[in-house]
Design a protein around this ligand. Structure first.
Ligand SMILES: C[S@@+](CC[C@H](N)C(=O)[O-])C[C@H]1O[C@@H](n2cnc3c(N)ncnc32)[C@H](O)[C@@H]1O
Ligand code: SF4
Length: 358
Protein backbone atom coordinates (compact mmCIF):
# COMPACT_ATOMS: atom_id res chain seq x y z
CA UNK A 1 0.00 0.00 0.00
CA UNK A 2 1.39 3.32 -1.06
CA UNK A 3 0.49 5.89 1.63
CA UNK A 4 0.68 8.83 -0.76
CA UNK A 5 -1.57 7.28 -3.40
CA UNK A 6 -4.10 6.40 -0.67
CA UNK A 7 -4.23 10.05 0.33
CA UNK A 8 -4.40 11.14 -3.33
CA UNK A 9 -7.32 8.77 -3.97
CA UNK A 10 -9.19 10.29 -1.02
CA UNK A 11 -8.55 13.84 -2.17
CA UNK A 12 -9.74 12.81 -5.64
CA UNK A 13 -12.88 11.33 -4.02
CA UNK A 14 -13.54 14.69 -2.34
CA UNK A 15 -12.96 16.49 -5.64
CA UNK A 16 -15.31 14.12 -7.49
CA UNK A 17 -17.95 14.59 -4.81
CA UNK A 18 -17.79 18.37 -4.85
CA UNK A 19 -17.62 18.29 -8.66
CA UNK A 20 -20.82 16.15 -8.66
CA UNK A 21 -19.20 13.37 -10.68
CA UNK A 22 -20.92 9.99 -10.65
CA UNK A 23 -18.38 8.16 -12.85
CA UNK A 24 -15.34 8.25 -10.61
CA UNK A 25 -11.64 8.63 -11.27
CA UNK A 26 -10.85 7.47 -7.72
CA UNK A 27 -11.10 4.01 -6.19
CA UNK A 28 -12.08 3.35 -2.59
CA UNK A 29 -9.22 2.94 -0.15
CA UNK A 30 -11.36 1.75 2.75
CA UNK A 31 -13.30 -1.52 2.54
CA UNK A 32 -15.68 -3.49 4.70
CA UNK A 33 -15.57 -7.19 3.97
CA UNK A 34 -17.86 -9.66 5.67
CA UNK A 35 -16.32 -13.01 6.68
CA UNK A 36 -19.79 -14.17 7.79
CA UNK A 37 -23.26 -12.83 8.54
CA UNK A 38 -23.81 -15.55 11.16
CA UNK A 39 -23.75 -14.53 14.79
CA UNK A 40 -24.02 -16.07 18.25
CA UNK A 41 -25.80 -13.09 19.88
CA UNK A 42 -29.23 -11.47 19.68
CA UNK A 43 -28.36 -7.80 20.13
CA UNK A 44 -31.46 -5.63 20.29
CA UNK A 45 -30.13 -2.89 17.96
CA UNK A 46 -28.79 -5.12 15.19
CA UNK A 47 -30.72 -6.63 12.24
CA UNK A 48 -28.64 -9.83 12.43
CA UNK A 49 -29.37 -10.27 16.12
CA UNK A 50 -33.06 -9.43 15.66
CA UNK A 51 -33.48 -12.05 12.92
CA UNK A 52 -34.28 -9.42 10.30
CA UNK A 53 -32.01 -10.88 7.61
CA UNK A 54 -33.84 -12.24 4.57
CA UNK A 55 -30.65 -13.08 2.66
CA UNK A 56 -28.81 -16.40 2.87
CA UNK A 57 -26.36 -16.73 5.71
CA UNK A 58 -22.92 -18.19 5.20
CA UNK A 59 -19.14 -17.98 5.54
CA UNK A 60 -16.90 -16.46 2.89
CA UNK A 61 -14.97 -19.05 0.95
CA UNK A 62 -11.20 -18.57 1.41
CA UNK A 63 -10.47 -18.75 -2.35
CA UNK A 64 -12.99 -15.99 -3.02
CA UNK A 65 -11.45 -13.98 -0.18
CA UNK A 66 -7.95 -14.30 -1.67
CA UNK A 67 -9.23 -13.34 -5.12
CA UNK A 68 -10.81 -10.17 -3.70
CA UNK A 69 -7.74 -9.17 -1.66
CA UNK A 70 -5.49 -9.82 -4.66
CA UNK A 71 -7.65 -7.53 -6.75
CA UNK A 72 -8.00 -4.59 -4.34
CA UNK A 73 -4.49 -4.65 -2.87
CA UNK A 74 -3.26 -2.12 -5.45
CA UNK A 75 -5.39 0.65 -3.94
CA UNK A 76 -6.88 -0.54 -0.62
CA UNK A 77 -5.38 0.81 2.59
CA UNK A 78 -7.62 -0.84 5.19
CA UNK A 79 -10.28 -3.49 5.38
CA UNK A 80 -12.67 -3.87 8.29
CA UNK A 81 -13.26 -7.60 8.44
CA UNK A 82 -16.85 -7.33 9.72
CA UNK A 83 -20.21 -6.11 8.41
CA UNK A 84 -23.13 -8.11 9.75
CA UNK A 85 -22.27 -11.13 11.92
CA UNK A 86 -19.44 -12.08 14.23
CA UNK A 87 -16.15 -12.56 12.42
CA UNK A 88 -14.44 -14.69 15.09
CA UNK A 89 -17.08 -17.30 14.18
CA UNK A 90 -15.31 -17.81 10.82
CA UNK A 91 -12.99 -20.83 11.16
CA UNK A 92 -10.35 -19.15 8.95
CA UNK A 93 -10.57 -15.64 10.37
CA UNK A 94 -6.90 -15.54 11.44
CA UNK A 95 -5.70 -16.78 8.04
CA UNK A 96 -7.87 -14.09 6.42
CA UNK A 97 -6.40 -11.27 8.45
CA UNK A 98 -2.84 -12.56 7.97
CA UNK A 99 -3.38 -12.74 4.22
CA UNK A 100 -4.62 -9.13 4.02
CA UNK A 101 -1.74 -7.91 6.19
CA UNK A 102 0.82 -9.78 4.06
CA UNK A 103 -0.62 -8.09 0.96
CA UNK A 104 -0.15 -4.65 2.55
CA UNK A 105 -3.77 -4.00 3.58
CA UNK A 106 -4.43 -3.20 7.25
CA UNK A 107 -6.98 -5.65 8.65
CA UNK A 108 -9.35 -4.13 11.23
CA UNK A 109 -11.70 -6.10 13.48
CA UNK A 110 -15.03 -5.24 15.12
CA UNK A 111 -15.92 -8.03 17.51
CA UNK A 112 -18.33 -8.87 20.31
CA UNK A 113 -15.37 -10.70 21.98
CA UNK A 114 -17.59 -13.47 23.33
CA UNK A 115 -15.55 -16.11 21.50
CA UNK A 116 -12.16 -14.63 22.33
CA UNK A 117 -10.68 -17.56 24.28
CA UNK A 118 -7.06 -17.37 25.58
CA UNK A 119 -5.92 -19.41 22.56
CA UNK A 120 -7.70 -17.06 20.14
CA UNK A 121 -6.26 -14.08 22.00
CA UNK A 122 -2.74 -15.41 21.22
CA UNK A 123 -3.71 -15.99 17.58
CA UNK A 124 -5.32 -12.57 17.23
CA UNK A 125 -2.18 -10.86 18.50
CA UNK A 126 -0.14 -12.59 15.82
CA UNK A 127 -2.72 -12.19 13.01
CA UNK A 128 -1.58 -8.84 11.64
CA UNK A 129 -4.78 -7.06 12.76
CA UNK A 130 -3.85 -3.40 13.25
CA UNK A 131 -6.95 -2.12 15.04
CA UNK A 132 -9.76 -3.68 17.07
CA UNK A 133 -13.07 -2.29 18.25
CA UNK A 134 -14.45 -4.33 21.14
CA UNK A 135 -18.21 -3.85 21.21
CA UNK A 136 -19.18 -3.63 24.86
CA UNK A 137 -22.41 -1.73 25.17
CA UNK A 138 -22.69 -0.88 28.82
CA UNK A 139 -20.86 0.33 31.91
CA UNK A 140 -22.62 -2.22 34.09
CA UNK A 141 -24.06 -5.74 33.84
CA UNK A 142 -27.66 -4.60 33.36
CA UNK A 143 -26.88 -2.21 30.48
CA UNK A 144 -24.63 -4.73 28.77
CA UNK A 145 -26.80 -7.82 29.02
CA UNK A 146 -29.98 -5.97 27.97
CA UNK A 147 -28.23 -4.87 24.76
CA UNK A 148 -26.04 -7.86 23.97
CA UNK A 149 -28.60 -10.58 24.52
CA UNK A 150 -26.94 -13.98 24.93
CA UNK A 151 -23.66 -12.57 26.25
CA UNK A 152 -22.48 -12.59 29.85
CA UNK A 153 -21.00 -9.39 31.30
CA UNK A 154 -18.23 -10.97 33.41
CA UNK A 155 -17.17 -13.49 30.78
CA UNK A 156 -16.87 -11.00 27.88
CA UNK A 157 -15.14 -8.48 30.11
CA UNK A 158 -12.70 -11.22 31.18
CA UNK A 159 -11.99 -12.13 27.53
CA UNK A 160 -11.21 -8.51 26.61
CA UNK A 161 -9.05 -7.87 29.68
CA UNK A 162 -7.12 -11.11 29.09
CA UNK A 163 -6.37 -10.02 25.53
CA UNK A 164 -5.29 -6.53 26.60
CA UNK A 165 -3.05 -7.87 29.37
CA UNK A 166 -1.44 -10.31 26.95
CA UNK A 167 -0.81 -7.50 24.48
CA UNK A 168 0.80 -5.47 27.26
CA UNK A 169 2.91 -8.41 28.48
CA UNK A 170 4.22 -8.95 24.96
CA UNK A 171 5.04 -5.24 24.66
CA UNK A 172 2.99 -4.83 21.47
CA UNK A 173 1.85 -1.37 20.34
CA UNK A 174 -0.62 -2.77 17.83
CA UNK A 175 -3.44 -3.58 17.43
CA UNK A 176 -4.80 -0.18 18.44
CA UNK A 177 -7.64 -1.17 20.79
CA UNK A 178 -10.88 0.70 21.28
CA UNK A 179 -13.68 -0.19 23.66
CA UNK A 180 -16.90 0.85 21.91
CA UNK A 181 -19.97 1.60 24.01
CA UNK A 182 -23.27 2.36 22.27
CA UNK A 183 -25.57 4.73 24.17
CA UNK A 184 -28.74 2.68 23.97
CA UNK A 185 -30.43 4.07 27.09
CA UNK A 186 -31.62 0.66 28.26
CA UNK A 187 -30.76 1.10 31.93
CA UNK A 188 -29.39 3.81 34.19
CA UNK A 189 -25.82 3.77 35.41
CA UNK A 190 -24.36 5.94 38.17
CA UNK A 191 -21.26 8.09 37.57
CA UNK A 192 -19.47 5.98 40.24
CA UNK A 193 -20.27 2.76 38.34
CA UNK A 194 -18.90 4.32 35.17
CA UNK A 195 -15.66 5.39 36.88
CA UNK A 196 -15.27 1.95 38.48
CA UNK A 197 -15.83 0.21 35.15
CA UNK A 198 -13.35 2.39 33.26
CA UNK A 199 -10.71 1.92 35.97
CA UNK A 200 -10.40 -1.75 34.92
CA UNK A 201 -9.03 -0.64 31.56
CA UNK A 202 -6.44 1.80 32.91
CA UNK A 203 -3.07 1.41 31.14
CA UNK A 204 -4.54 -1.34 28.97
CA UNK A 205 -6.85 0.20 26.38
CA UNK A 206 -5.89 2.84 23.83
CA UNK A 207 -9.29 4.51 23.82
CA UNK A 208 -12.84 4.16 25.17
CA UNK A 209 -15.51 5.62 22.89
CA UNK A 210 -19.17 6.19 23.62
CA UNK A 211 -21.14 6.18 20.40
CA UNK A 212 -24.55 7.26 19.20
CA UNK A 213 -26.80 4.46 18.05
CA UNK A 214 -27.99 4.35 14.47
CA UNK A 215 -31.25 3.00 13.13
CA UNK A 216 -29.17 0.80 10.82
CA UNK A 217 -30.29 2.58 7.67
CA UNK A 218 -34.07 2.50 8.04
CA UNK A 219 -34.16 -0.92 9.77
CA UNK A 220 -35.08 0.41 13.23
CA UNK A 221 -36.58 3.76 12.31
CA UNK A 222 -39.82 2.99 14.20
CA UNK A 223 -38.22 1.09 17.04
CA UNK A 224 -38.93 1.88 20.67
CA UNK A 225 -36.56 -0.84 21.92
CA UNK A 226 -33.63 1.58 22.37
CA UNK A 227 -32.94 5.28 22.06
CA UNK A 228 -31.36 6.85 19.00
CA UNK A 229 -30.99 10.29 17.46
CA UNK A 230 -33.75 11.09 14.95
CA UNK A 231 -32.22 12.58 11.80
CA UNK A 232 -34.89 14.82 10.29
CA UNK A 233 -32.31 16.76 8.26
CA UNK A 234 -30.36 15.17 5.39
CA UNK A 235 -26.95 16.28 4.18
CA UNK A 236 -26.71 14.49 0.83
CA UNK A 237 -24.94 13.23 -1.15
CA UNK A 238 -23.77 10.34 1.01
CA UNK A 239 -20.02 10.43 0.49
CA UNK A 240 -19.65 6.73 1.33
CA UNK A 241 -20.68 6.06 -2.30
CA UNK A 242 -17.63 8.03 -3.39
CA UNK A 243 -15.14 6.66 -0.91
CA UNK A 244 -15.73 3.16 0.51
CA UNK A 245 -16.40 -0.38 -0.68
CA UNK A 246 -18.63 -3.00 0.98
CA UNK A 247 -18.41 -6.72 0.15
CA UNK A 248 -20.68 -9.37 1.65
CA UNK A 249 -19.73 -12.97 2.54
CA UNK A 250 -20.95 -14.30 -0.85
CA UNK A 251 -19.08 -11.73 -2.95
CA UNK A 252 -22.02 -9.33 -3.46
CA UNK A 253 -20.89 -5.70 -3.59
CA UNK A 254 -23.15 -3.32 -1.65
CA UNK A 255 -23.21 0.48 -1.47
CA UNK A 256 -23.47 0.54 2.30
CA UNK A 257 -22.83 -1.55 5.41
CA UNK A 258 -26.45 -0.94 6.47
CA UNK A 259 -27.85 -2.79 3.43
CA UNK A 260 -28.08 -6.07 5.38
CA UNK A 261 -30.68 -7.51 3.03
CA UNK A 262 -28.74 -6.72 -0.16
CA UNK A 263 -31.60 -4.61 -1.54
CA UNK A 264 -29.15 -2.47 -3.48
CA UNK A 265 -26.79 -5.21 -4.69
CA UNK A 266 -24.43 -3.71 -7.27
CA UNK A 267 -22.85 -6.88 -8.67
CA UNK A 268 -20.89 -9.92 -7.55
CA UNK A 269 -17.13 -10.36 -7.43
CA UNK A 270 -17.41 -13.96 -8.60
CA UNK A 271 -18.47 -12.60 -12.03
CA UNK A 272 -17.04 -9.06 -12.22
CA UNK A 273 -14.08 -7.10 -11.01
CA UNK A 274 -14.49 -4.51 -8.26
CA UNK A 275 -13.44 -1.75 -10.66
CA UNK A 276 -16.24 -2.72 -13.09
CA UNK A 277 -18.83 -2.60 -10.31
CA UNK A 278 -17.49 0.67 -8.83
CA UNK A 279 -18.34 2.49 -12.07
CA UNK A 280 -21.11 0.13 -13.20
CA UNK A 281 -24.60 1.38 -14.04
CA UNK A 282 -26.32 0.53 -10.67
CA UNK A 283 -23.61 2.32 -8.68
CA UNK A 284 -23.63 5.36 -10.96
CA UNK A 285 -27.43 5.58 -10.76
CA UNK A 286 -27.30 5.46 -6.98
CA UNK A 287 -24.72 8.25 -6.93
CA UNK A 288 -26.89 10.25 -9.33
CA UNK A 289 -29.92 9.83 -7.03
CA UNK A 290 -27.81 11.21 -4.17
CA UNK A 291 -26.79 14.19 -6.28
CA UNK A 292 -30.27 15.06 -7.54
CA UNK A 293 -31.91 14.40 -4.16
CA UNK A 294 -34.17 11.55 -5.34
CA UNK A 295 -32.44 8.91 -3.20
CA UNK A 296 -35.43 8.34 -0.91
CA UNK A 297 -37.76 7.51 -3.78
CA UNK A 298 -35.04 5.23 -5.10
CA UNK A 299 -34.60 3.40 -1.80
CA UNK A 300 -35.92 3.79 1.74
CA UNK A 301 -32.65 2.44 3.13
CA UNK A 302 -31.21 5.89 3.78
CA UNK A 303 -34.17 7.15 5.80
CA UNK A 304 -32.94 8.32 9.22
CA UNK A 305 -29.36 7.24 8.46
CA UNK A 306 -26.82 8.55 10.95
CA UNK A 307 -24.24 9.12 8.18
CA UNK A 308 -26.60 11.26 6.07
CA UNK A 309 -27.94 12.96 9.18
CA UNK A 310 -24.56 14.22 10.39
CA UNK A 311 -23.57 17.65 9.01
CA UNK A 312 -20.34 18.20 7.08
CA UNK A 313 -17.40 19.68 8.98
CA UNK A 314 -15.37 22.25 7.02
CA UNK A 315 -16.83 20.96 3.73
CA UNK A 316 -15.96 17.36 4.56
CA UNK A 317 -19.09 15.21 4.66
CA UNK A 318 -19.60 12.60 7.34
CA UNK A 319 -19.25 9.47 5.16
CA UNK A 320 -15.83 10.23 3.73
CA UNK A 321 -14.23 11.09 7.07
CA UNK A 322 -13.48 7.45 7.86
CA UNK A 323 -11.36 6.80 4.77
CA UNK A 324 -9.77 10.25 4.93
CA UNK A 325 -8.87 9.72 8.60
CA UNK A 326 -7.42 6.32 7.71
CA UNK A 327 -5.30 7.91 4.95
CA UNK A 328 -3.93 10.47 7.42
CA UNK A 329 -3.44 7.80 10.11
CA UNK A 330 -1.16 5.99 7.63
CA UNK A 331 1.07 9.06 7.62
CA UNK A 332 1.03 10.14 11.26
CA UNK A 333 -0.06 7.12 13.34
CA UNK A 334 -3.08 6.10 15.36
CA UNK A 335 -2.98 9.07 17.73
CA UNK A 336 -4.50 11.07 14.89
CA UNK A 337 -7.88 9.29 15.25
CA UNK A 338 -8.20 10.41 18.85
CA UNK A 339 -7.19 13.96 17.95
CA UNK A 340 -9.61 14.07 14.99
CA UNK A 341 -12.46 12.89 17.21
CA UNK A 342 -11.64 15.53 19.82
CA UNK A 343 -11.54 18.22 17.11
CA UNK A 344 -14.87 17.07 15.63
CA UNK A 345 -16.45 17.30 19.08
CA UNK A 346 -14.97 20.73 19.66
CA UNK A 347 -16.32 22.00 16.34
CA UNK A 348 -19.72 20.45 16.96
CA UNK A 349 -19.82 21.60 20.61
CA UNK A 350 -19.69 18.05 21.96
CA UNK A 351 -22.53 16.83 19.74
CA UNK A 352 -20.51 14.56 17.46
CA UNK A 353 -21.59 10.93 16.83
CA UNK A 354 -18.90 9.50 19.09
CA UNK A 355 -16.68 10.73 21.87
CA UNK A 356 -13.59 9.54 23.75
CA UNK A 357 -14.21 9.12 27.49
CA UNK A 358 -12.00 8.39 30.49
C1 LIG B 1 -22.92 -5.32 13.38
S1 LIG B 1 -21.50 -5.35 14.37
C2 LIG B 1 -20.62 -6.71 13.71
C3 LIG B 1 -19.37 -7.00 14.44
C4 LIG B 1 -19.51 -7.69 15.78
N1 LIG B 1 -20.44 -8.74 15.78
C5 LIG B 1 -19.83 -6.67 16.87
O1 LIG B 1 -20.87 -6.76 17.48
O2 LIG B 1 -18.96 -5.80 17.07
C6 LIG B 1 -20.48 -4.02 13.80
C7 LIG B 1 -20.56 -2.78 14.65
O3 LIG B 1 -21.86 -2.27 14.56
C8 LIG B 1 -22.21 -1.75 15.82
N2 LIG B 1 -23.66 -1.69 15.87
C9 LIG B 1 -24.56 -2.67 15.94
N3 LIG B 1 -25.81 -2.17 15.92
C10 LIG B 1 -25.67 -0.82 15.85
C11 LIG B 1 -26.58 0.26 15.79
N4 LIG B 1 -27.91 0.08 15.78
N5 LIG B 1 -26.07 1.51 15.73
C12 LIG B 1 -24.74 1.73 15.71
N6 LIG B 1 -23.83 0.74 15.72
C13 LIG B 1 -24.30 -0.51 15.80
C14 LIG B 1 -21.56 -2.68 16.81
O4 LIG B 1 -21.40 -2.05 18.06
C15 LIG B 1 -20.25 -2.95 16.11
O5 LIG B 1 -19.31 -1.97 16.49
S1 SF4 C 1 -24.14 -6.38 16.89
FE1 SF4 C 1 -22.60 -7.92 16.37
S2 SF4 C 1 -22.78 -9.40 18.04
FE2 SF4 C 1 -24.65 -8.24 18.09
S3 SF4 C 1 -26.11 -9.45 16.84
FE3 SF4 C 1 -25.16 -7.88 15.53
S4 SF4 C 1 -23.49 -8.94 14.58
FE4 SF4 C 1 -24.08 -10.14 16.37
Amino acid sequence: MNKLSVLQNNLRALGNLHGKAFRLTNLPTYFWLEPTNNCNLKCVMCPTGMDMLRVDKGFMDFDLYKKIIDEIKGYASAVTLAVAGESLYHPQFFAMSRYAADQGIKPILNTNATMLTPKKAEMLLESGVTSISFAFDGFNKGQYEKARVGAQFEKTLGNILYFLELKKKKGKKLPYCVLSILMLGLEECTPEEQVEFLARFKDLIDEVRVREVSTWGSSFKNSTAFSFRPNPVYYPPCSRLWSTGVISWNGTVLPCIYDSNHELALGNLRDSSFKEIWNGRPMMELRRSMLDGTFLSYSGLCENCIVLGTPPIMGIPSGIRLSLADAITNMVGYRFERLALALANKLRKGRFTSKTVG
